[in-house]
Write a new protein. Structure first.
Length: 418
């Protein structure tokens, strides 16, 4: 595992381009298993999570070209097994997206417990309930084993939780069930819309994408398709916070205005000067002020994936800000390390923290416990006085392409140590 050495207290400036959204790339790769014809994905993020998913497809018998590049070509005339490599599954929560395609192609699937951030706290109950409602049967035993020897059946599904991957699991399964399925209380995030758009390109009838009720006309023979991934608004928002927290100026390219608008609205509440111009998101040198209250929400609410970064930004804002992430309690716990950097934090409960600023942060040794808080701690270290060390860097590289190169290109004094 690697360590990132960071010399802070320097404004970052320049330009950076974002690639496709990690949370779109993973379900799109899983969707490629639904057809025997070639699928081509472009603007794919060059991150380790995508490589793990691509290698899971290889393990199942797919042909995957371009691993490590922004263009992936996938063809899967035959799936040779119904149990994905447990070692790879243990590294990637998104491996749960293989359940539907494997049930459709093989009639059976056995999946080891998926890994990723907070695996013990993030269950896949919503995914399993959706598949069971479509005729799959759960087989008792270790991991997650299901069978559907007679195929999946169309149905009306109510998702108890508006889970993004739960919605995507239901979509991939419904694409192969002959007839109409309805998914109620569906997630509305942009990457769910991307899955719907890609399924249409493969020949699936999908309507209602972007609403809480999605209708799927499944069962047709699917063909190949091409899709260019939309720019990652979470990565774009992360770089925007890096600019704001260091007092710098950054232009982020490759964004979609309708996606980044949600992020820009919260940054503006924190008095960050930012603007959207086509596919560019610009952040100007700013004097952040407290926003009073920032609350995450289901799309188009403020995304939980950015709450850690906004909490770091609040440490540099004049006044007191209440940050409330009602979805994931462990995101805020991971930021307790900010207190050791001299931040003024009061953790009200697992979901709420009061941040009082501005505070002069001091460098220290940091632990990247999950992807998003790891990036947030890098932002804090860049704003801090003195030197910080963050490890393991690989945790953050799971979701940010060419992280070290981008930081250095923006003028950060960083180095990767073995």
């Amino acid at each position: 595992m690697s360590t990132l050495l960071i010399e802070g207290d320097k404004p970052l400036s320049g330009a950076v381009d974002v690639e496709g959204n990690k949370n779109a790339a993973l379900p799109l790769l899983a969707a490629c298993l639904l057809t025997t014809e070639e699928c081509v994905l472009t603007n794919v993020p060059r991150i380790s999570d995508v490589e793990v998913m691509a290698r899971l497809l290889l393990d199942l018998g797919a042909q995957v070209e371009g691993i490590g590049s922004t263009t992936l070509r996938v063809r899967c005339p035959d799936i040779v097994k119904d149990e994905p490599d447990p070692a790879l599954v243990g590294r990637l929560r998104g491996s749960v997206l293989l359940l539907g395609p494997l049930l459709a192609r093989r009639g059976r699937v056995r999946l080891a417990p998926p890994g990723g951030d907070f695996p013990a706290r993030r269950t896949i109950g919503t995914h399993l309930e959706a598949l069971v409602s479509m005729g799959a049967r759960v087989i008792e035993g270790p991991g997650h084993e299901l069978e559907a020897p007679d195929g999946l059946k169309p149905t009306s599904i109510y998702l108890y939780e508006a889970s993004v991957t739960g919605t995507e699991t239901a979509l991939l399964a419904a694409a192969t069930a002959p007839g109409r399925s309805e998914i109620h209380h569906a997630a509305c995030e942009p990457h769910v819309l991307e899955v719907c758009e890609f399924l249409r390109k493969l020949g699936v009838g999908v309507s209602g994408a972007g609403t809480t009720t999605i209708r799927v006309e499944g069962g047709a023979k699917l063909h190949g398709g091409q899709h260019r991934l939309w720019g990652d608004y979470i990565a774009a928002g992360s770089w925007a916070v890096v600019a704001a927290v260091t007092g710098g100026e950054i232009t982020v390219g490759g964004v979609r205005g309708e996606d980044i608008e949600v992020v820009a609205a919260v940054l503006k509440r924190l008095n960050v000067e930012c603007s959207i111009d086509g596919d560019l998101f610009r952040v100007e040198p700013s004097r952040p002020r407290a926003a009073g209250r920032i609350t995450t929400g289901l799309w188009p609410g403020f995304p939980s994936d950015l709450v850690s970064l906004v909490t770091v930004l609040a440490t540099q804002a004049e006044g007191r800000t209440l940050v409330h992430d009602w979805l994931y309690e462990l995101r805020l716990f991971a930021l307790e390390q900010l207190s050791g950097m001299s931040a003024d934090l009061f953790l009200c409960d697992p979901h709420r923290v009061i941040v009082t600023g501005p505070r002069r942060l001091r460098g220290r040794t940091l632990d990247s416990r999950d992807l998003r808080s790891g990036m947030a701690l890098i932002a804090a270290a860049l704003a801090a006085e003195g030197q910080s060390r963050l490890a393991p860097l690989e945790t953050v590289e799971r979701g940010y392409a060419h992280l070290l190169e981008h930081l250095q290109g923006l003028g950060a004094k960083v180095a990767k140590l073995p």
